[in-house]
Design a protein around this ligand. Structure first.
Ligand code: PLP
Length: 362
């Protein structure tokens, strides 16, 4: 039986269109910075992808910096724009943002539903003086969407810069840069290749580069651009957004609740990404659940995928006030190619897992 891959928020399966575009770009011999015909051909592919990606988010190509992924895009924005400003981050941010912000950053709490506490943000902005606020658009573990319009209005009122980690958003819901100053993107969360991303900037904003060198990316990021990956990024983004994922997600949640009413859906009352659910089974360690489902042929994760491959208690769920239950959540994130059969197969595997865990306890 084929495996069931439900870990799209860790990485989406590649879109065939992205693989084709990468193969085509790999056949180009030139460096996009070279002046000869081969270089110019490579440059054309690069600039077409840049313009198309930027346009999708209401930005100009010249305000897009290609990076090695979401982590670098977040670091470039936060480290590159923070001079003279107090950095404020949400409590449920991705480690890429928390690490770039550093231990001195102010942490804004979230409400029990996982959305940013706007009153706390307002107080922090009043106290901070010049500030840079870095928050995610959609949470990678719960799918919870922060109230970005309200956050942007507060930032504007207090003269703060606003950086958005939008890595989990495209490919699932429409979104544009809008009133934000910068926004991080990652290709592998939308069906493109791993290892490429972008930072979008408001016109006129110039972060201090993290990498200097040959002056690529208008001097904002040294290093020869990863042309095949960038071509794949553009092609993946051009694919139609999947429809019907919310209905599949809702059916999974209803099915799990019918089997086990004690299950808690973290952030279930907040606006969320259509493809994500965080299922807490009290008393069942996340790692045990993930391994049991893996053995049954289903790939999910315990909160975030972490680089060491180890499972730890979710700081996101802890920030939402879950206490011991924060160690008992699995994240089910549907990929773009999920279908109607996904629900029944997942529920059968989940029911089997719960049965076995219950049997072990007895
Ligand atoms: N931000 C969020 C919300 C993410 O989910 C991730 C990936 O897990 C990142 C940033 C980092 O992106 P990348 O893997 O492209 O470095």
């Amino acid at each position: 039986m084929a495996r069931l891959y439900l870990d799209a928020n860790a990485t989406e399966p590649m879109r065939p269109e992205a693989i084709a575009a990468m193969a085509e770009a790999m056949a180009l011999p030139g460096n996009p910075s070279s002046v000869h015909a081969e270089g110019r051909a490579a440059r054309r592919v690069l600039e077409e992808a840049r313009d198309a990606i930027a346009a999708r988010f209401g930005a100009r190509g010249r305000d897009l910096v290609f990076t090695s992924g979401g982590t670098e895009a977040n670091a470039l924005a936060i480290r590159g724009l923070a001079a003279g400003r107090r950095v404020l981050v949400g409590a449920t941010e991705h480690p890429a943002v928390l690490a770039a912000a550093g231990p001195a950053a102010g942490v804004i709490p979230v409400l029990a539903d996982g959305t940013l506490d706007l009153a706390a943000l307002e107080s922090a902005l009043k106290a901070a003086g010049p500030a840079l606020v870095a928050v995610m658009v959609a949470n990678n573990e719960t799918g919870v969407l922060h109230p970005i319009e309200a956050i942007a209005a507060l930032c504007q009122e207090h003269g703060a810069l606003l950086h958005l980690d939008a890595v989990q958003m495209p490919g699932r819901l429409p979104f544009v840069l809008g009133p934000a100053d910068s926004m991080a993107l990652s290709a592998h969360k939308l069906g493109g290749p791993k290892g490429v991303g972008a930072l979008l900037l408001r016109p006129g904003l110039d972060p201090t580069p993290l990498l200097t060198g040959g002056g690529q990316e208008s001097g904002r990021r040294g290093g020869t651009e990863a042309l095949p990956a960038i071509a794949g990024f553009g092609a993946a983004l051009a694919c139609p957004r999947p429809e019907g994922l919310a209905a599949l997600r809702d059916a999974i949640e209803a099915g799990v609740k019918a089997l086990a009413p004690e299950v808690i859906i973290a952030g279930g009352s907040a606006p969320r990404l259509p493809n994500t659910t965080s299922l807490i089974l009290p008393g069942a360690p996340a790692e045990t659940q993930v391994i049991a489902l893996d053995l049954a042929g289903v790939a999910v994760s315990a909160g975030a995928a972490c680089s060491s491959g180890k499972v730890r208690q979710s700081h996101v769920l802890a920030a939402m006030g879950f206490g011991a239950d924060a160690a008992c959540a699995i994240r089910v994130s549907l990929p773009w190619n999920a279908g109607a059969e996904t629900v029944a197969r997942f529920l059968a595997a989940w029911a089997g897992m719960r049965e076995r865990l219950g049997a072990r306890k007895r």
